[in-house]
Design a protein around this ligand. Structure first.
Ligand code: 5AD
Ligand code: SF4
Length: 459
């Protein structure tokens, strides 16, 4: 089978798709490079905002209009499957399988099962084309049940893709109760993988050339809580970082997304004691107004957040901070928004994802009136984006004329002979160098800075 996997949403979804691709290859299937050549189309979906679901549905419908004699097989996995379940059949009647977010490791089985049915001639007919048999929904495999162990199975990597910067999913789910967020519903309760399994996976990656490990989890720094003990005041997450820090060949460690509430002293101290942890943190603020934070059920104040941000910045000469912000949460006033702007400036975020609030059915805040107009959400969004541009440029300009350790990731998209790499602060650098340096750490002198990238020369 030639399988095309279309991934929407976050890095955890990207990681799940990679696991599926690796699993399919192990079973002798191919990953299609274009939709047109695929026998199987799988959408790995996101539910965090309504627009993300609509985009996936639109795509699935377009693919299903092209379906002939049962091909391509069409499947959907990930958060939207979990969120909408069998309802998806109503929007996309020709769907073949719907795999919930805890069924990711079984998607390859579903694909093979449907392929077997097709080969046996079990092809649902299309009523729109006036054929005799009705398209049967019960032909679809639908499984969105809970699974207590499936998170332990997301450990395969696709070595045909660059693994210089490799991702490891260390946990699944979220036990927080942020009022606006669908993730606890779609990804389920928090479940952490055993530490040895993760270390083992990191070692395999290191042996195959990975230089950077990024640990992934919805609340990554809550890893192991309630399941594993704190030892000498160190949380399971910090103990895991210590173990990864010891692996030969791994030069850099990052993690997303931590929650401010679990950013305790031991984790801040780890930035100083563990040399491989990069001077970079993605720390979601969501709002700078204490009133809105309370409404959002985010259990920290703006002051507490700023304290963490400042402690991190003080721990190193230069430290990059990135964040998530939601604008236009129900009843967010101009005053609330201005507080967000203040905190945004005070923390000096040089990277940020700014989202316009989108009510999600089944969440607490969906009960509230979505009463900030679309225009106002857009205005607030633009104001923060402008601030971000400036702060990002300021950050990069501070690096001009300095020498930076750069991990070379790939050829650059622009400029013949140019390579692209990143500083420890996760800033992009473009510079001329031979391709053999891809995957290596090099020293680059920064010569000029833009908003999203810097130019440099190899030293
Ligand atoms: N509307 C807008 N943004 C949201 N996020 C989560 N839920 C919503 C929603 N309903 C954002 C948060 C989170 C990021 C992954 O998505 O900022 O950190
Ligand atoms: Fe959603 Fe909050 Fe969990 Fe993040 S911490 S996934 S925003 S519920």
């Amino acid at each position: 089978m030639k399988v095309y996997i279309k991934t929407y949403g976050c890095q955890m979804n990207e990681r799940d798709s990679e696991n599926l691709a690796a699993q399919l290859k192990l079973r002798g299937h191919e990953i299609a490079r274009t939709e047109a050549e695929a026998d199987v189309f799988v959408a790995n979906t996101c539910s965090v905002r309504e627009a993300a679901e609509q985009k996936a549905i639109g795509k699935l419908l377009r693919i299903s209009h092209k379906k002939k004699n049962g091909f391509p097989i069409i499947g959907v996995m990930g958060c939207m499957s979990q969120n909408r379940g069998s309802e998806i059949v109503k929007s996309v009647p020709k769907i073949d399988f719907i795999a919930g977010s805890r069924k990711t490791p079984y998607v390859a089985d579903y694909i093979e099962e449907i392929a077997k049915r097709r080969k046996a001639g079990i092809i649902p007919q299309d009523p729109q084309k006036g054929e005799r048999k009705k398209w049967k929904h019960n032909d679809a495999i639908i499984n969105i049940e809970d699974d207590e162990t499936s998170h332990n199975l997301i450990k395969l990597h696709d070595f045909s893709k660059s693994q210089i910067c490799a991702n490891i999913s260390i946990m699944q789910g979220c036990a927080m109760k942020c009022s606006y967020c669908i993730v606890p519903k779609t990804r389920g309760i928090e479940r952490s993988r055993p530490m040895e399994d993760i270390v083992n996976e990191a070692e395999i990656l290191a042996n195959s050339g990975a230089k950077e490990i990024q640990l992934l989890g919805q609340v990554v720094n809550a890893y192991g809580r309630g399941e594993m003990p704190n030892v000498q005041g160190k949380s399971p997450f910090v103990r895991l970082l210590e173990k990864i820090n010891k692996i030969n060949g791994i030069e850099r460690i990052r993690f997303v997304s931590p929650h401010p509430s679990f950013f305790k002293e031991d984790l801040i101290a780890a930035y100083s004691s563990l040399e491989k942890i990069c001077e970079y943190a993605h720390l979601p603020l969501q709002s700078g107004s204490d009133r809105v934070l309370r409404e959002m059920r985010r259990p920290y104040s703006a002051e507490k957040f700023i304290k963490i941000a400042k402690a991190l910045k003080a721990s190193k000469e230069i430290f990059s901070l990135s964040t998530d912000i939601i604008v236009g949460y129900p009843n967010e006033t101009e005053e609330d928004f201005l507080k967000t702007c203040e905190v945004f400036k005070e923390c000096g975020f040089d990277m940020a994802y700014i989202f316009k609030y989108s009510p999600r059915m089944g969440t607490v805040s969906a009960e509230l009136e979505d009463n900030v107009s679309e225009d106002e959400k857009e205005r607030r969004n633009q104001i923060l984006l402008e601030m971000l541009k400036k702060q990002s440029l300021d950050f990069n300009e501070r690096l001009v004329n300095t020498s930076q350790e750069v991990l070379v990731e790939s050829k650059a998209k622009r400029g013949l002979g140019n390579l692209m790499g990143r500083t420890r602060t996760h800033r992009k650098v473009i510079f001329k160098a031979p391709e053999e340096l891809i995957g290596k750490l090099v020293s680059v002198k920064i010569i000029s800075a833009g908003v999203s990238a810097m130019d440099g020369v190899l030293e």
